[in-house]
Design a protein around this ligand. Structure first.
Ligand SMILES: Cc1cc2nc3c(=O)[nH]c(=O)nc-3n(C[C@H](O)[C@H](O)[C@H](O)COP(=O)(O)OP(=O)(O)OC[C@H]3O[C@@H](n4cnc5c(N)ncnc54)[C@H](O)[C@@H]3O)c2cc1C
Length: 424
């Protein structure tokens, strides 16, 4: 893989056979697969930010095998099984790249806890168990004491442990994936696409970096821009950009580890999706993720992290009162693309423009496999997994325009936060 300094491209026009926009999990997988399938072609991979700065580098690090969140609303075992096959392939692919390229990202087959606090969470957990039984997936039920032995907190009334999820460090994984891309991929990171036009022979794009503007021409485009796809003129008013937030402590010292009393290297997602995600990393850091906001103004101004940090502190202190004094090292947010009908888009969205977007907040596995399969579809391949991907994808439903969308989403998020207050 070549990395391009913008200065060397000043006033130049460069031609590529393929251009992938977005270097998150989706774009990284798409660029890799395009380069593998078309070894004599040139592939540009472009991102507005350095690799690892987008949601793909900022998530909680769960690579989830099972249908998750709204996917569990489906009672169609064929659909649930197709999602499972796709996610499992994503985990196998990522695991293969991690070991081949020696990516140091704390990759761990730790599985996942799905935790419930009160009645609402327990009810959701029942639905989760029914879905697991429908697709014959193994699970272990844990009571309050068993959860406490792992997590060091008696906050949860119970949890379901499933073994197939992988935990990792997302910044290190995305950067490692970028570094190990095939030679025929050229990475332009920190280069937003500021203009995108269809010409008589392919497409033209204007990129900008550090005050330098340059042009790319390309025959085919794979838009792996998730929530930002609308800015390229596609799926307009169909993707709801929502930001969610996480905070992480510094590593606990020996005395704090003793007060904590749990194990290292586990992850818990809330049975009620409005609840709190919790993780203990291999290097003794506790992470909490909760809170959502409408991200329509993302990029216009930085989100105010003070109220978010306060909410994270409350969630942390409820779980770990003996660790109240342990500060958060960092807090951050990242933008996800949601759809009102909870579907993701996958396919050729216009002639020679391919898109996978709207991963509904669980895009590490889904993004990875959709990027790979998007490259296969664009290269004229077919496979059973590609059929699965088309079968589980659809067109996100139309939203009202802003400001009504923003008002509606914020009201819906407030209601969800109130309904889930005991699970946070
Ligand atoms: C705090 C948090 C925790 C999460 N936890 C998990 C988790 O544990 N597991 C999980 O599966 N999912 C999780 N998610 C969701 C997950 O991170 C996303 O679903 C996933 O990153 C989507 O990947 P993607 O590659 O499709 O999109 P993105 O990672 O959003 O990548 C799109 C890229 O497009 C680039 N781009 C946009 N516009 C332009 C432009 N004009 N020019 C150039 N580049 C552009 C952006 O800079 C961005 O890097 C979490 C998200 C957050 C924020």
């Amino acid at each position: 893989m070549h990395v391009i300094g913008a200065a060397s491209y000043k006033d130049r026009v460069s031609a590529f056979d393929w251009t992938v926009v977005g270097a998150g999990f989706t774009g990284l997988a798409a660029a890799r697969r395009l380069a593998e399938l078309n070894p004599n072609d040139t592939v540009a991979l472009v991102d507005a930010k350095p690799v690892g700065w987008g949601a793909s580098g900022r998530n909680s690090g769960f690579v989830i095998d099972l249908p998750h969140k709204f996917e569990l609303d489906s009672d169609d075992p064929d659909r649930l099984n197709a999602i499972l096959r796709l996610n499992k392939q994503a985990i196998a692919d990522l695991g293969g790249h991690v070991s081949e390229a020696g990516i140091d990202c704390a990759w761990s087959q730790a599985g996942k806890l799905q935790g419930a606090v009160k009645e609402r969470g327990t009810g959701k957990m029942r639905g989760f168990v029914q879905a697991l039984e429908k697709i014959g997936q193994p699970y272990t039920k844990l009571d309050r004491t068993e959860v406490q032995q792992i997590t060091g907190t008696d906050f949860y009334s119970g949890a379901i442990h499933t073994p197939g999820c992988v935990l990792m460090n997302p910044v290190q994984l995305t950067r490692g994936l970028a570094k190990s891309l095939p030679k025929n991929v050229t990475l332009f990171d920190g280069c937003p696409v500021t203009n995108f036009d269809r010409g008589s022979r392919g497409f033209g794009m204007t990129l900008r970096s550090q005050g330098v503007t340059f042009e790319l021409t390309t025959a085919s485009v794979l838009l792996c821009t998730n929530a930002f796809t609308q800015e390229f003129g596609f799926l307009k008013n169909r993707i709801v950009p929502v930001i969610t937030f996480a905070s992480m402590t510094r590593p606990l010292n020996d005395a704090e580890m003793e007060a904590y009393g749990g194990q290292l290297d586990w992850g818990l997602t809330p049975a009620d999706s409005g609840g709190t995600t919790l993780r203990m990393t291999q290097d003794r850091r506790l992470l909490v993720r909760n809170q959502y906001d409408y991200a329509g103004q993302y990029g216009v101004q930085d989100p105010d992290l003070d109220p978010i940090r306060k909410k994270h502190r409350e969630a942390f202190d409820k779980r770990y009162p003996k660790l109240r004094h342990v500060p958060f090292d960092s807090s951050w947010g990242g933008v996800c693309g949601l759809s009102r009908n909870h579907v993701s888009y996958f396919g050729e969205i216009a002639h020679d423009v391919w898109n996978s977007s709207c991963h509904n907040g669980v895009g590490v596995a889904r993004g990875t496999i959709s990027g790979k399969l998007l490259a296969e579809a664009a290269s004229g391949r077919s496979s059973t997994l590609l059929k699965d991907m088309f079968a589980v994808s659809n067109t996100p439903s139309l939203n009202p325009p802003d400001p009504f969308l923003g008002l509606g989403v914020r009201a819906r998020l407030k209601l969800a936060a109130w309904e889930s207050k005991e699970e946070v």
